[in-house]
Every structure is written in C-alpha cells, then in structure tokens.
Ligand binder design. Sequence first.
Ligand code: URA
Length: 236
Amino acid sequence: MDRLQKVIAQSGYTSRRNAEKLIQEGRVSVNGVIVDKLGTKVDTGDSIQIDGKSITKNDNKVYILLNKPRGVISSASDDKNRKTVVDLIDTNERIYPIGRLDYDTTGLLLLTNDGELANKLMHPKNNVPKTYLAKIKGIIDKEAIDRLKSGVVVDGKKVNIVDFKVKKKDLDKEMTYISITIIEGRNHIVKNIFKELGFLVDKLTRTNYAFLDIKDLKSGEYRYLTIKEVKKLYSI
Ligand code: URA
C-alpha cells in the first residue's frame, strides 16, 4: 500500500505536491469514490481517476531523475556498503540507474525499474547525447581546443564529441570550465578525454541527458518523469 499522492506522482501524471492539491480539491476518486483527504493509501489493483479519467497505469514502472551528489555510488547495491543512488530514493520498486556516474561525479542520473527503456538508452546505437560541465585544472590552450574539435582518441577509439564550449577561464585560480556533449558512455570518458589533452578534471557534473536537464533540482533531490518525457525517451 502506498499513499495516493505518491502513486499519482509515480504514474507521471503530476508532481506529488500537485497531486495533494488535486485530492484536496475533490478531483480524485479511488474505485469510484471521491477521496479528498490526504493520507489515503491505495493498492496496485485500485482504480484511480482524476477528473473522471483513469490515470495511465504503468504496471508500476517508475522513472526518476536524480541530481546525484558526490560520494554516492551509481548502482543498486555495493559490496563495501557505501551509500548508493538507490538509497536516496523513497520507493519500494526495485530500481537501478541507467548507466553510471563516477563516485565523485554529480548531476543528472536516471533510475528506473523498466529494463526495456534502460537497455534501449544504454545501447550505443541510440546515440543519446549527454552534456557535462567539467572544471579542469589549468587554462585550456589552443592546441587542446583544436584537438577537441578534430576528435580525441581514448584507448584507441575516437570519441564523438558533439559539441563543447569554454564557459569560463579563471586565470587567478588557474581553472577552466568547459561544457562538453558526447554520445558514448564509456567509463570515465570525460576525465579520460581531458587526460588525453594533458588536463586533470577537478569537478564533473552532468547537466543534460537527451532533452532532460538538471535545472531546478538541488543536489540529492529527485523527481518522477512525466508520461510525456517517458514517451519521448522511448522514441529516441
Ligand atoms: N565521464 C567521466 O569521466 N565520469 C563520469 O562520471 C561520467 C562521464
């Protein structure tokens, strides 16, 4: 049994807060009976309607966008008992991350229990663009920029760099901020691109994944994707 507003939010219909509002406004019914008090719990078999329309049942599929903090590992469990990204999500579903971010990398990470979508998005042929903001030690030079333009080879394979932009050169602290968009998802790929150019990545955050961005979510916060967003991911 889960709280009604949570189930509505998990269906992707709207946010949990807005679901609470809809309930209090008397617009939600469970098995044909209007429920206007918060705190009602529902079962997977219950029929939920909003304004008389059934909300799409997703077979309890959940899709979550997390702003991953540093110091958390991107897997469902850890043999060393470190905190995982799944520990940050309040759900009973068996979710796992779609791809991974390093322990010290922050930012946009999707989690789901939908194996079909996860496999689809992680398949290299699906070309999902991911944008990272890298803070690198040192001031980037023309030679490195030319190499980013012409393509960088990591472990014998050329990386498809879709786009990059030097955001800021901090001459006092000797740091450069660069946003970089790539398609592939090899482990440590961004750090290795800059290593190849002779620069160390000091901080790395993923800001975008396909059409999704991390705006509005603080570190450690998450939200459920909307049905529209899930459909759009499926159509990639
Ligand atoms: N590239 C990296 O180097 N680390 C990440 O976490 C993601 C991409």
